[in-house]
Write a protein that binds this ligand. Structure first.
Ligand SMILES: C[S@@+](CC[C@H](N)C(=O)[O-])C[C@H]1O[C@@H](n2cnc3c(N)ncnc32)[C@H](O)[C@@H]1O
Length: 268
């Protein structure tokens, strides 16, 4: 029998990318081919169909761009450590696992107890119950030593600028030399939320506005790469259906919410 979920407002937003990946896996030309997402949607008793519109596909494209940032890191550092801060029900570890990476998925208690119903720790994969804003997980993820990659996808957007800047400052100090991938959204994207059918279906709203990721550099991070849906990595674009690629190139140029939504890679 499908299980019901009881999640906080921001936590519930994890069901959007989950459903996006499940829909994508059922498409003729799938970007991520995430069949686990289909199983999870089947296992969870929830009105997923209320999520409609292009942002569902957007969450899939975003995941593909983040995946490539991680794959690039693992090509350079096959034994590196990756930490997904605010992982939700992401299957990224299983998508990019090279057989050697040490991986940590972190999320807050209600999300993590949901996640633990469907995923298990292994010798290279560990789930941590915690908050991106706390520091009690820092030692655990650094224990192996060596290169580290932190990523936080569609999480910081839900918090105010002061908290986001503070946490970026602390991460850059503690994990100096490592990589960090986070997404940023400009003012027009923030303003479009109430007219976006996916976001309208839930009460949580994104609040952190950042039009230019380079403006974050004074916090101690250096911008290495920044992508929009109109400018994905070439290897990623090749796996997108040609209609998606064409549409995103046009929207990336002319539609402000798409143009100002950025997936960024920093050095800490
Ligand atoms: C839109 S979902 C994104 C989930 C996942 N990153 C993905 O892309 O599928 C937002 C996530 O932020 C998590 N979250 C909320 N507050 C958090 C916090 N203080 N620390 C870490 N994660 C948090 C939620 O539980 C949820 O999983």
């Amino acid at each position: 029998m499908a299980e019901s979920v009881d999640l906080g407002e921001i936590q519930e937003t994890l069901l959007i990318p989950l459903y996006g990946r499940a829909r994508d896996a059922q498409a003729t030309t799938s970007v991520l081919d995430d069949h686990t997402a289909i199983d999870l949607v089947d296992a969870i008793d929830y009105d997923f169909e209320k999520f409609r519109g292009p942002s569902l596909a957007g969450s899939v494209l975003r995941a593909a761009i983040f995946d490539e940032f991680v794959r690039d890191f693992l090509r350079e550092h096959p034994d590196g450590t990756v930490v997904d801060l605010g992982c939700g029900l992401s299957t990224r570890f299983h998508r990019v696992d090279n057989g050697r990476v040490r991986w940590f998925d972190l999320d807050v208690p209600d999300t993590m107890s949901l996640r633990r119903k469907y995923f298990e720790d292994t010798d290279r994969y560990t789930m941590i119950t915690g908050s991106i804003f706390d520091e009690d997980w820092y030692d655990a993820v650094s224990a192996r030593g060596g290169p580290i990659f932190l990523l936080s996808e569609a999480v910081l957007l839900y918090f105010d600028e002061e908290r986001v800047h503070d946490v970026l400052r602390r991460l850059s100090r503690r994990f100096a030399g490592g990589r960090l991938a986070v997404d940023t959204g400009g003012a027009l994207m923030m303003k479009s939320q109430d007219s976006n059918p996916v976001f309208r279906a839930l009460p949580a709203r994104m609040v952190w506005t950042c039009g230019d990721p380079r403006a974050l550099e004074p916090l101690g991070i250096k911008l290495l790469d920044s992508r929009t849906f109109g400018t994905p990595q070439r290897s990623v674009a090749r796996r997108w259906p040609s209609t998606t690629r064409f549409l995103m190139t046009v929207l990336g140029r002319f539609a402000p919410p798409v143009r100002t939504y950025k997936m960024n890679l920093f050095e800490m």
